[in-house]
Design a protein around this ligand. Structure first.
Ligand code: PRX
Length: 660
């Protein structure tokens, strides 16, 4: 929760209006899940119901216990079982005679395309796994993948999974500093990166950024570099660094037996932002995670092997891990992977791809939908989108207007829209309608999925009445849940299991730090974060991380960062800054602050506005009143200033926003 707390009334202000839509009959007829009884069936059979998820996979050894809760909240799923994720995502489809079907359809920003059949994927994953082994990667070594949306990224992920080496993918848009912090934190001695990649036609010199990051990693690192740009960018290569393609060539035709991993063995680490400055290393496991993403991809995204499914997220985030790579490939479908941005070379790029590939499901983010809406229906109207059967959104609350625009202009009112609430920590979707079962309410994600027990509570832990805002909680474990924060069990318990649990009674309640409301039908509307995390275009940024980047800039004495409303991005970063004596709050300092944030985190964190002020509004106990700063950023009526130590500063700051 934010330190100055958000009142129920303030949460209420975020609520949407109501209207409902039935799932189209044509969809229901063919849906993977269309039986309403599934909710009850899961409840009656809990936790054994989760065997249905595990049954979607091939296990080397059967598990003997579905859920082991003897050491809660350190739950274990499918204990005693063993499996390999790369085998499940690749080999078994080849063995089933589907090796010549497309696994990945890659579309480069410049318009080039590459198709990886399951046979191709099998070959490259094996060759790269052999190369990693030869370079010394052993089981349980963390391999960092700092790569953009190129096919070598899923190949590397699956190769790591094959040899039991957890990967830690760092979003390519993150800065050199962010890479270094994550490599240090995971003691990762291996890095796979690439020379460069394209953004709106320009080459971004990615290898230089990786090198800059490596310079501040305190241990030796073995580096592999994939070649994306060919001759166009002559990237630096140090002695001892390896070229991705040369490694494949050197291991041509090699096969590597998939390592049997215990269900609870780590599949990957994914760093995400939290309330405190340091990113959290979220640990996901092999059996529970893979079962859960396969099940949700089956039940919610309605994926079938013959589909051409497209999730437009970046693999550098959890959405891409779960729903570009692991879920879809475990189900043996064709997963589309697009390198570029939606408006290059033209604003119809996505629709062109949907038409060219006959895409059947599209899973994207509200921020993208709001941009499409702003550009206008003429762009999708240029294309035949009739192949689409289902639409999905994720990452932030979707406003009903954007939902309806998506439903109408992209789905032609014949595709269900699934608004899926989940988090890096949950591994997969948690709250959404089942597209073949439930009616849709724009703006409300829907009921918790079968087997998921989510509630909305007030501050003292009692359920709120329907229609009232409170805090989202989950009071039963689920297979895709994070198991811990890497090497920090204490912080894991502290961050997620303190607020609403009763350890004395061994009652554990997961707190995702989101505000929500529940309606009479059990539908949950997620209202957004209630901690000090900002959600910019569906990307989580910690205010502490941002503030420490800003106070690291010469001339800055103190900073407070809040999220303000933004038409497209959902939220944007607003920075309130006190300068050091002798420094002016001028354009030059503003520029240095923006650059400082980009260097520390990446361009996604770029402040929308930097507001210089002689003081920050503080409570008598010295805490910054962020909520007030948010009101100022949004141009809203200001909340109560009675508890402030320095109320006079508020009008002064408000006068500067948008002007100055
Ligand atoms: O605040 C919620 C918001 O995104 C947060 C999780 O961010 P991250 O771990 O980066 O994962 C994003 C992709 C799964 C949540 O705590 N969020 C995500 N999906 C929704 C959402 N808010 C409202 N509605 C959603 N569908």
């Amino acid at each position: 929760m934010s330190e100055d707390g958000e009142s129920a009334g303030e949460l209420e202000a975020r609520l949407p209006d109501g209207e409902t839509f039935e799932p189209p009959a044509s969809f229901v007829e063919q849906a993977n899940v269309s039986d309403e009884g599934i909710y009850e069936a899961f409840e009656e059979d809990w936790p054994a119901c989760w065997e249905r998820a595990a049954d979607l996979l091939d296990w080397d050894d059967d598990y003997d216990t579905v859920l082991n809760d003897s050491d809660a909240p350190f739950y274990e799923w499918f204990t005693g079982g063993s499996l390999n994720a790369s085998y499940n995502c690749v080999d078994r489809h080849v063995e089933a005679g589907r090796g010549d079907e497309a696994a990945i359809e890659w579309v480069g920003e410049l318009g080039e395309t590459r198709t990886y059949t399951y046979d191709d994927l099998h070959r490259e994953v094996n060759e790269f796994a052999a190369a990693l082994r030869e370079l010394g990667v052993a089981e349980d070594d963390v391999v960092t993948l700092y790569m953009p949306m190129i096919p070598e990224l899923p190949v590397a992920m699956l190769a790591c999974a094959r040899i039991g080496a957890p990967h830690s993918v760092v979003f390519a848009g993150f800065s050199a500093d962010a890479l270094a912090t994550r490599m240090e934190s995971a003691d990762s001695e291996y890095l796979v990166t690439c020379d460069g990649y394209y953004r709106r036609g320009d080459v971004l010199p990615h290898k230089e950024k990786a090198d800059e990051g490596l310079a501040s990693v305190g241990h030796d690192v073995t580096t592999i570099v994939a070649d994306r740009t060919g001759e166009e960018y002559d990237h630096p290569m140090a002695d001892g660094e390896h070229d991705f393609d040369e490694l494949l060539a050197a291991h041509e035709g090699a096969t590597v037996e998939p390592v049997q991993r215990d269900a609870e063995d780590m599949l990957f680490l994914m760093y995400t932002s939290g309330t405190t400055g340091k990113p959290k290393g979220v640990k996901h496991t092999t059996g529970g995670y893979l079962s859960y993403v396969s099940w949700t991809a089956h039940a919610v995204l309605d994926i079938k092997p013959e589909d051409t499914y497209w999730c437009s997220a970046d693999i550098g985030w959890i959405t891409g891990h779960s729903y570009i790579v692991y879920g879809p490939l475990a189900l043996g479908t064709t997963s589309v992977m697009y390198e570029g941005t939606p408006d290059y070379p033209e604003k119809d790029r996505l629709w062109e791809i949907v038409e060219d590939y006959d895409v059947t499901q599209l899973y994207t983010a509200p921020t993208a939908i709001r941009a499409f809406m702003k550009w206008g229906a003429e762009y999708p109207n240029r294309h035949d989108l009739s192949s689409l059967r289902l639409l999905g959104t994720v990452g932030e609350p979707i406003n009903p207007r954007a939902w309806k625009w998506y439903y109408k202009h992209i789905g032609d009112e014949s595709c269900p829209v699934v608004d899926t609430w989940w988090q890096t920590e949950t591994g997969g979707m948690m709250i959404t309608t089942l597209p073949g079962v439930g009616e849709m309410k724009p703006g409300s994600a829907g009921p918790p999925l079968p087997g998921i027990s989510a509630n909305v509570l007030d501050q003292s832990g009692d359920p709120v009445d329907p229609g009232e805002a409170g805090y989202l909680t989950v009071d039963k474990p689920w297979p895709g849940m994070l198991r811990t924060l890497y090497r920090n069990d204490e912080r894991f318990v502290e961050e997620y299991w303190r607020e609403y649990s009763d350890p004395e009674d061994d009652e554990w309640v997961y707190f995702p730090e989101d505000g929500a409301k529940l309606d009479e039908d059990g539908y949950i509307t997620v209202l957004g974060r209630v901690d000090d995390v900002i959600n910019v275009s569906g990307h989580r940024l910690g205010t502490m991380e941002l503030e420490s980047a800003i106070v690291g800039v010469e001339g800055v004495a103190e900073a407070a960062v809040v999220g303000g409303d933004h038409d497209i991005k959902g939220e944007a970063v607003y920075a309130y800054v006190i300068t050091e004596d002798g420094h002016e709050g001028d354009e030059a300092l503003r520029e240095r602050i923006v650059t400082g944030v980009e260097d520390a985190i990446g361009p996604i964190a770029r402040p929308e506005d930097v507001i210089f002020t002689p003081e920050l509004p503080k409570t008598r106990s010295g805490k910054i009143m962020r909520r007030l700063l948010e009101d100022i950023a949004n141009g809203d009526e200001l909340g109560n200033t009675n508890t402030l130590r320095n109320p006079e500063i508020v009008d002064d700051i408000a006068g500067k926003v948008g002007g100055d």
